[in-house]
Design a protein around this ligand. Structure first.
Ligand SMILES: Nc1nc2c(c(=O)[nH]1)N[C@H]1C(S)=C(S)[C@@H](COP(=O)(O)OP(=O)(O)OC[C@H]3O[C@@H](n4cnc5c(N)ncnc54)[C@H](O)[C@@H]3O)O[C@H]1N2
Ligand code: MOO
Length: 403
């Protein structure tokens, strides 16, 4: 049996970062910036007021100075009056500072009322302000030509707003990984449909599709196929338009393991020292256009699918998308203990409470317990040489509730 690290290393050889393409700034949340983004414009683009008030010449001011008001400058103004000696212009936050003025006096520091009032003929300034006061200088955030955002940055709402401010409508982003999900099993029935004898709902395709979306992938298909090799072959051929194919089921040692029957040879079938998730298939398949498409064949038990997806599919998607593959964890105390298998690393679904962690179920390995899985906030990692976890022990826990 190989270790989790050995299998992860193998999985990560299956893919490399996808190409960069131009994308609308607002389309790319969760993707990665493919090249440094240079400012097209100065940010801010012009000197402007940080306050609603009066644009003045600081040198004109003494306590109680009265200035002649020469005009109004709302935000968006395209023409502005010049402010001469002894003069002021009423100005709003974000409006361009007029020529001649070098500071802004907030309206609260004048004899004028706040709000929607007529332009006064004069304004009395209570306290002088220094040059540059309440003025936001052109280019003080960044100057045109400078690098605003570094290549490799994960695209967020804030990154998109920065790119827009830098003057961009589209940006070079690494392509979003496209994943095809394929559940296998003649026992599977689509969501919400009646079950005949021996049938179960196909929960794995929904599980995998949702996880992949949460990690930033685009799911191009999520379907189930029965254990007829011809049917699986056809479904797989359709799935190969994706950047990654994830299958569930059909990888162990039974008589009807359809994934094994169809792809063994191209894809390798291995035993990994983990519980759940022992049988794992991994490799690449050739698409009709000649691309090598990575495929992970995850074991069918729902908890095995969940754990295998977090441990292997999540970092593989990250590698394709170009973002961090790291999976942070923290040491947390155990409130209620459980037992694990000797010689395999156990990933136990746990709830995280104020006092520490407890398993979501206590039925041995329980890799079929799909409903209690929904109550898990984390996966606790129990090392290979530990068979029993006791109250008060500290375990390493990966969160599974956030991206
Ligand atoms: N003789 C042995 N039997 C098994 C071994 C073994 O080493 N020797 N390993 C066990 C382990 S561990 C696992 S995990 C499973 C993996 O089996 P498969 O990947 O071949 O999965 P299936 O047999 O197709 O399904 C397992 C289980 O999961 C249910 N299932 C499958 N697909 C779905 C789905 N889309 N939605 C919901 N539930 C699904 C399926 O009905 C089975 O109950 O093999 C053990 N056996
Ligand atoms: O390893 Mo299986 O994945 O226990 O359920």
């Amino acid at each position: 049996m190989r270790t989790v690290e050995e299998h992860l290393a193998r999985v990560l050889t299956l893919a490399s970062r996808l190409p960069v393409e131009e994308a609308s700034v607002s389309d790319g949340i969760g993707r990665v910036l493919g090249a440094d983004l240079v400012a097209v414009v100065d940010v801010p683009p012009f000197d402007n007021s940080a306050m609603d008030g009066f644009a003045v010449r600081a040198a004109d001011l003494s306590p109680g100075a009265r200035l002649a008001v020469v005009g109004d400058i709302p935000a968006g103004a395209t023409t502005v009056p010049t402010v001469g000696e002894g003069q002021a212009a009423r100005i709003m936050t974000g409006a361009p500072l007029p020529p001649g003025a070098d500071a802004v006096v907030p309206v609260e520091q004048t004899d004028q009322p706040t709000g929607d009032v007529a332009l006064p003929a004069t304004v009395l300034v209570a306290e002088p302000v220094s040059q540059g006061r309440h003025v936001r200088r052109r280019g003080e955030d960044i100057r045109a030509g400078e690098t605003g955002l570094p290549a490799g940055l994960r695209w967020t709402a804030a990154a998109a707003s920065a790119a827009v401010s830098l003057g961009h409508g589209s940006v070079p982003l690494v392509r979003r990984p496209r994943v095809a999900v394929l559940s296998t099993g003649s026992e599977l029935v689509p969501a919400g449909e009646p079950l005949g004898f021996g049938r179960i709902p196909d929960s794995n395709s929904v599980l995998l599709a949702g996880l992949c979306r949460g990690w930033g992938a685009e799911v191009i298909s999520a379907t189930a196929v029965d254990d007829d090799p011809d049917h699986f072959r056809a479904a797989l051929a359709a799935a190969l338009s994706a950047d990654l194919v994830l299958t569930s089921g059909g990888v162990s040692v039974g008589a009807f393991e359809v994934v094994r029957q169809v792809v063994e040879g191209d894809v390798s079938f291995d035993k990994v020292a983990m519980q759940p998730g022992k049988p794992q298939a991994s490799g690449t398949l050739t698409a009709p256009d000649g691309r090598r498409v990575p495929m992970l064949g995850l074991p069918g038990n729902p908890v095995s699918v969940f754990v295998s997806a977090w441990v292997y599919a999540r970092p593989l998607i990250a590698r394709l998308g170009g973002w961090s593959e790291a999976w942070p964890s923290e040491g947390l105390p155990v409130v209620e203990g459980w037992r694990g298998p000797a010689g395999r690393r156990q990933f136990t679904p746990v709830r995280i409470g104020a006092e520490g962690v407890s398993p979501v179920h206590r039925l041995g390995s329980g890799s079929h317990l799909v409903v209690s899985l929904a109550l898990a906030d984390g996966l606790a990692v129990v090392p290979e040489d530990v068979e029993s976890v006791e109250r008060g022990d500290v375990v390493e826990v990966h969160r599974v509730t956030a991206r």
